[in-house]
Write a protein of this length. Structure first.
Length: 136
């Protein structure tokens, strides 16, 4: 079953979510919770990956003004967002139609790793196939 089929089935309410102590989650709410969890774990993985970046910029600059000029906050935020997307996509890749996505330690580490490594993959694709600047 493809990820698109899983999403369509979830939207149509045909994926059975796991029972919770407070009752039943709807399939849509269950899917959104899993995507958010995967996204935040992917963001965490990407956050671990980018920690050395600001440290290197800080070490290269002599004062706070130089640091502010050199540090690119928008690039950091975009990188974290890509990590979020990579984690959410990893959840979709691991989902089964019967909602048995085990959120154990191994799955959590896997989703953090997806954010760490998936961001490299996505950023590599955008650099290779992204818009080229032809100004000379």
């Amino acid at each position: 079953m493809t990820a698109t089929n899983v999403i369509v089935l979830a939207v149509l309410g045909q994926i059975v979510p796991p029972a919770t102590t407070a009752g039943q989650l709807s399939a849509t709410n269950w899917l959104l919770l899993l995507l958010l969890l995967g996204g935040f774990l992917g963001l965490l993985g990407q956050g671990l990956r980018v920690i050395p970046g600001p440290k290197k910029v800080h070490d290269r600059t002599s004062d706070a003004a130089d640091f502010a000029k050199s540090f690119q906050l928008n690039r950091l935020l975009m990188s974290l967002f890509i990590g979020f997307i990579a984690g959410a996509l990893a959840v979709i890749a691991f989902m089964e139609t019967k909602s048995d996505l085990p959120m154990d330690r191994q799955m959590i580490v896997t989703l953090i790793g997806a954010g760490y490594a998936g961001t490299d993959f996505i950023e590599g694709l955008t650099k290779k196939f992204g818009k080229k600047n032809n100004s000379a």
